[in-house]
Design a protein. Structure first.
Length: 411
RNA sequence: GCGUCGGUGGUAGAGUGGUCAAUUACAACAGACUGUAAAUCUGUCGCCCAUUGGGCUACGCAGGUUCGAAUCCUGCCCGGCGCACCA
């Protein structure tokens, strides 16, 4: 197929010809910006950053869009910093209900940082970026200095007017703690710090971060007189449900193959609803606009072909797990869903021959739940198509299908 | 610190001594229909054993009253609100 490699920009290859602003617009990555987009993206090369909560050692699909936007900046010669919120992560953004945050210990943070760095390298097809942790400077702050040097630049009146804060103030049950209220100051301080240490003049983020990003740029202007910018991209939402995107079967879809096996990852994208396919092709893959046009024409012509989903799943899997894995799971999906012989790869879980009962452990569900699934006719042999009717059924040398798209190979 | 209201399953939110493993909605899962889609309809949705059925653990935590407690009492922890204190 080779599409993946064609869209790659290898070190030494010539830079993309389109202006960055054009690419970003075309892809739907642009939401709000503090100056004209051209001024931000097409002028002199900048240093820019984007923050990620290092709450796990892997990114999930929600991060994909952000990473691909960063990749575009990298390809256009800008310098990119990925900032892990080791310090701010301890506090929590006021938006949404947050449990008492657990302090992440140093070892864990280092592990998470390493994991995220590896994934970013892959997604960027480059290791030419930096990764930082804001705990390094937030941890050094002295209360008095901070209040005097940073706090005085913030108007409480303005902070109270923010939606995320207002919501909590009006909510009698929940309220907002002083700590969380200060979150915005810390995030602003990050920007200021990077501005001073790295001449970082642009912060990128999803639209829900807009307020925090702008207040960082404001802080920089007030404190140093310097000019810094903010650029947000739209949060991905599921068009038919209006919900935030990125969850499946109750849990996040991870980029780490240990957390979400490539097969499952591929399936997640195959199952994307028609209404969202084109948007995801634009935002989550590197296919050119023209190629996407061709794919979508086929899709619209014959929706049942799922041409869009198939392409989407393949491209993203290739991006995250490599072309070889993508080919593998593509082939495998085809076999499993069109009914074929037992699959021989290690991309789906395997269990030894025995009774069906063991499947509960593999699927991480209770025996009761497995029993229910069997009663509901959700468990069948992928090779013969016959449904199982007892949890004590003997199985061997087969592939079991549970529900719509979970499979277990039996030796 | 005083007073007051509250802490229920993934979420919201009922229930105020037995008929409560806990109404309902949303989410989730499954089946039917389809296109491995959406919408719709149906079912499931604490854990364990099971054919009907049975057992166990649960309503912030720890005790207590009672034949019996998510429900009453005491203490503790956490949150909201009001007042006081401080400024």
């Amino acid at each position: 197929m080779g599409l993946f490699s064609r869209t790659r920009v290898r070190p030494g290859e010539s830079a993309p010809t389109d202006k960055l602003s054009h690419t970003l617009r075309e892809r739907g990555y642009v939401y709000q910006h503090t100056a004209t987009l051209e001024e931000i993206t097409d002028g002199p090369k900048r240093t820019l950053y984007l923050g990620i909560d290092p709450t796990a050692d892997s990114m999930h699909v929600g991060h994909l869009q952000a990473m691909l936007v960063l990749r575009r900046f990298l390809e256009h010669g800008h310098r990119v910093i990925v900032l892990l919120g080791g310090g701010t992560g301890m506090i929590g953004d006021p938006s949404g209900k947050s449990e008492e945050r657990v302090l992440l210990d140093a070892g864990m943070l280092a592990r998470n940082a390493a994991g995220i760095k590896r994934q970013a390298e892959r997604l960027f097809n480059s290791d030419n970026f930096e990764i930082r942790n804001n705990l390094d400077w937030l941890g050094q702050l002295k209360v008095i200095d901070f209040l005097r040097d940073i706090g005085k630049h913030f108007s409480v009146n303005a902070m109270m007017a923010r939606d995320s804060v207002k919501e909590r103030l009006e909510n009698r049950e929940q309220g907002i703690s002083y700590t969380e209220f200060s979150y915005m100051l810390l995030q602003s301080y990050d920007f200021l710090h990077l501005f001073e240490s790295d001449r970082c003049t642009l912060q990128l983020g999803a639209s829900d971060q807009w307020g925090n990003m702008v207040s960082g740029a404001d802080l920089i202007r007030r404190k140093t007189g310097g000019e810094a910018y903010a650029l947000s991209f739209p949060l991905l939402i599921n068009k038919s449900t209006g919900k935030k995107f990125g969850k499946s079967e109750g849990g996040a879809v991870w980029l780490d193959p240990k957390k979400t096996p490539p097969f499952q990852f591929y399936q997640f994208w195959i199952n994307v609803e028609d209404a969202n396919v084109e948007e995801y092709l634009l935002k989550m893959t590197l296919l050119s606009k023209e190629e996407i046009g061709v794919v979508m024409a086929e899709q619209n012509n014959n929706p049942a072909s799922r041409a869009g989903q198939k392409r989407l799943a393949y491209e993203i899997t290739a991006l995250v797990h490599g072309v070889r894995k993508a080919e593998e799971v593509k082939q495998e999906s085809k076999e499993l869903f069109t009914g074929g012989s037992p699959v021989q790869t290690d991309n789906i879980p395997t269990m030894p021959a025995g009774t069906l009962r063991q499947a509960a452990g593999i699927l991480e569900i209770s025996i009761s739940e497995l029993r229910r699934l069997i009663e509901q006719g959700a468990v069948s042999s992928a090779t013969s198509g016959n449904k199982f009717d007892s949890i004590d059924a003997d199985v061997s040398n087969d592939t079991i299908k549970i529900g719509k798209n979970r499979f277990i190979r039996v030796e």
